[in-house]
Write a protein that binds this ligand. Structure first.
Ligand SMILES: *Cc1c(COP(=O)(O)O)cnc(C)c1O
Length: 375
């Protein structure tokens, strides 16, 4: 058996090597390194895939979130509601722009924003809501969108971990994650479900005027070159990354199916174990398992993490410190907030290797190691 990794990108590359190499060579031959046909074509293909009108590629997922907030003209004193149980980028951009992050708790099993907690957190200063489709599972978008609509507050979906996933409304209608908010953002960081070979991200919207504004902000606030109408930034997806993503996008559904198959294997192995809670598959969500995250109770989670490492099985804690307790947010004084679900989850979650190339042999080794350790 090969050396186990959390994410194995090498074997995935080897399967599509000829297409990838040709795509990269094509960009080099064209010398169109920034913008151009590859980037535009990718934007169109992503729009079709996710089911939104406009896609604005940008440099990374964090920039995508920042540009989204800038386009909403948020200012100091405004509040943005996010879960604390998320990757720091969701919150960092809020802090960076001098806006006030307001944290809400999450669903104890789905790990996504609790719509009732959201309702209670809204104030006259709330100017945006950022639900996160964490680990590949959609947040409860119908409830979140309806709370937002009652108050006329825009929703920005953080879809960095769930591209290709979907949400099913109460009436049975199913749509892709990233197509429901006023704006949605994703990341093409290599380990994401749709990853490039460097940094990349994209912003999605159905709103024509907003799309134009987002595009301008990502390009120094200009529509016409050298005429800068607003303060923007420089956030571009380069053509080489776009070419790579154009090769990988047609494989995304198969990649997500492979992740789900690995999750099924893990679920079966752990189903009867009282100390392990396997990931909840919410009825509203088609989970695409960016992470396979167990809850451990009745056994020391950190001990499991260490003993797995000793057996050559990598595992990760996403995330060891919740956002509201990060030193970064000291100026906002969020560390004493009471978020019982978030605080409990940070102490008991553990993520196992999850990628598109896991073999039965590897999954067997990993699950047996977990079961041996916890007894
Ligand atoms: C990865 C990630 C981001 C940021 O994406 P980058 O491309 O790394 O900047 C934002 N939010 C979440 C939930 C993420 O997982």
């Amino acid at each position: 058996m090969q050396h186990l990794q959390m994410v194995d990108l090498k074997r995935q590359y080897q399967k599509i090597k000829p297409e990838i190499d040709t795509a990269i060579q094509g960009v080099i031959d064209s010398t169109l390194f920034i913008g151009g046909t590859e980037v535009n074509a990718l934007a169109g293909e992503l729009a079709t895939y996710v089911g939104v009108k406009h896609v604005i590629p940008c440099a990374n997922g964090t920039d995508a979130l920042q540009i989204a907030l800038m386009a909403l003209d948020l200012k100091r004193g405004d509040e943005v509601i996010t879960p604390s149980f998320t990757y720091i980028a969701t919150v960092e951009v809020v802090a960076l722009l001098g806006i006030t992050p307001v944290f809400v708790d999450v669903h104890p099993d789905a790990f996504t924003m609790d719509p009732e907690a959201l309702r209670k957190a809204i104030t006259p200063r709330t100017k945006a809501i950022i639900p996160v489709h964490l680990y590949g599972q959609s947040a409860e978008m119908e409830a979140i969108m309806s709370v937002a609509a009652e108050h006329g507050i825009p929703v920005i979906e953080d879809n960095a971990q769930a591209i290709g996933g979907s949400y099913t409304y109460a009436d049975g209608r199913t749509v892709k994650t990233g197509s429901m908010g006023l704006i949605s953002c994703t990341s093409f960081f290599p380990s994401k479900n749709l990853g490039c070979y460097g940094d990349g991200g994209a912003i999605f919207t159905n709103d024509d005027a907003l799309a134009e504004k987002l595009r301008m902000i990502a390009n120094h606030g200009q529509k016409v070159r050298y005429y800068h109408e607003m303060v923007g930034c420089n956030s571009r997806l380069d053509a080489m990354q776009a070419a790579i993503l154009r090769v990988k996008l047609p494989h995304l559904d198969a990649y997500n199916a492979a992740r789900r198959a690995a999750a099924d294997f893990y679920d079966n192995a752990f189903a009867q174990h009282t100390k392990l809670t396997t990931p909840y598959r919410a009825p509203w969500s088609h989970h695409v398992f960016h992470q396979y995250t167990l809850k451990v109770n009745g056994f020391d989670r950190d001990e499991l993490h260490q003993q797995l490492a000793a057996r050559g099985v990598p595992s990760m804690i996403y995330y060891p410190v919740p956002c509201h307790k990060q030193a970064m947010l000291k100026p906002w004084g969020t560390e004493n907030m009471v978020l019982p679900v978030t605080d409990a989850l940070n102490g008991c979650v553990i993520s196992l290797p999850m990628h598109t190339e896991l073999t039965t042999e590897e999954l067997t080794y990993i699950t047996q190691a977990v079961l041996d350790i916890i007894g």
